[in-house]
Design a protein around this ligand. Structure first.
Ligand code: T6T
Length: 324
């Protein structure tokens, strides 16, 4: 008995070593499904993901829909599942509507990590709720981002007056949390009135006309928080069309290339740049760690860089402006 146990204990490490060697020689395919393909935020995320894939010798497949919408994202997801990637990174376009479609991927044995947005409560691997099956959630702290935006807007308007949030639509974890963080922080500013949120469906033109409509009803409108790239670009265009540059204050979430001119001209007061390349990089690295038998954190928080007129030309800040 003793002899055979000794043999087993000698044999096991050899087998494990062999298993690891096989796993690490394999070229893994990691799929990344963005919220939408034509968005500088996800284009930048892809670059970070590609850098990580190159570093570990994995193949990255980037496939997405042209709109931020479950109706267009789910067919892309099903097509990706059919190709059986070794792991899936996805920015789910709705907290509830992507649970069942992603369960199909999980049931097919594909490890899932959500990037930028989450499904369910965003608390994964807890055994609670029906959306806890992804392995990890890698993103900005969006509640904090909303609070940063509120503080900046409060300062810009002298801590009094009417403001509103220009947002995409309810049901998206990121933008819901930004609005929540913004409104909670504004409760500490009793002389600021937060008007009803305007939902633009990720359409910058709609955000621009909504800005003008809110201004038409409130001639004393002091400022706006654009809760994502298209909301912010549209709102600032609306301010420009209303001839209110500098008078009406704009705080933007996200930092596309056009933000440089907008900050320099005073059209936008502050932009909160996320670090999408970091999200993509850690997404691929986490998938690779999992695939090679290592445990990974259920949550990874990435940073922000706050950009204004004063630091926009500084290379240390400018490097966080999104790729186009
Ligand atoms: O703000 C980002 C992203 O974080 C959000 O989930 C959706 O909108 C963006 O992609 C910007 O357009």
């Amino acid at each position: 008995f003793i002899k055979s146990a000794a043999i087993a204990s000698l044999a096991a490490p050899a087998l494990i070593t062999a298993g690891r060697a096989v796993a690490q020689d394999k070229k893994f395919t990691i799929a990344l499904i963005p919220g939408l393909t034509t968005d500088a935020f996800y284009i930048t995320m892809r670059k970070g993901a590609e850098a990580a894939a190159k570093a570990v010798g994995a193949q990255l497949v980037f496939q997405g829909a042209p709109e931020f919408n479950p109706v267009t994202q789910v067919p892309v997801l099903d097509a990706v599942i059919a190709k059986s990637p070794d792991a899936l990174l996805i920015a789910p376009t709705d907290t509830n509507q992507l649970i069942q479609p992603l369960k199909r991927a999980s049931d097919a044995g594909i490890p899932i990590i959500t990037v930028d947005t989450f499904i369910g409560s965003g608390d994964y691997q807890t055994g609670a709720g029906d959306g806890d099956f992804p392995l990890s959630y890698i993103a900005s702290d969006n509640i904090l981002g909303g609070a940063i935006a509120a503080r900046a807007l409060a300062t810009a308007i002298g801590d009094k007056g009417k403001v509103f949030v220009s947002n995409v639509k309810p049901g998206i974890s990121t933008t819901d949390q930004r609005e929540q963080g913004f409104k909670d922080e504004m409760k500490k500013h009793p002389n600021i009135e937060v008007l009803e949120t305007q939902f633009n469906e990720n359409d910058a033109n709609k955000a621009a006309s909504q800005l003008q409509a809110v201004y038409a009803r409130n001639s004393d409108l002091a400022g706006v928080f654009g809760a994502n790239l298209f909301s912010a670009m549209g709102s600032s265009n609306g301010v420009q069309q209303a001839g209110q540059i500098g008078k009406m204050k704009v705080v933007a979430f996200d930092a596309p290339g056009s933000i440089v001119d907008s900050l320099n001209s005073g059209l936008v007061d502050m932009a909160i740049a996320q670090h999408p390349a970091e999200i993509g990089y850690y997404g691929v690295m986490s998938a690779y760690a999992h695939l090679t038998g290592n445990s990974i954190p259920t949550k990874i928080g990435t940073g922000f860089t706050v950009i204004d007129k004063k630091n926009v030309a500084d290379p240390a800040t400018a490097k966080f402006i999104y790729a186009e």
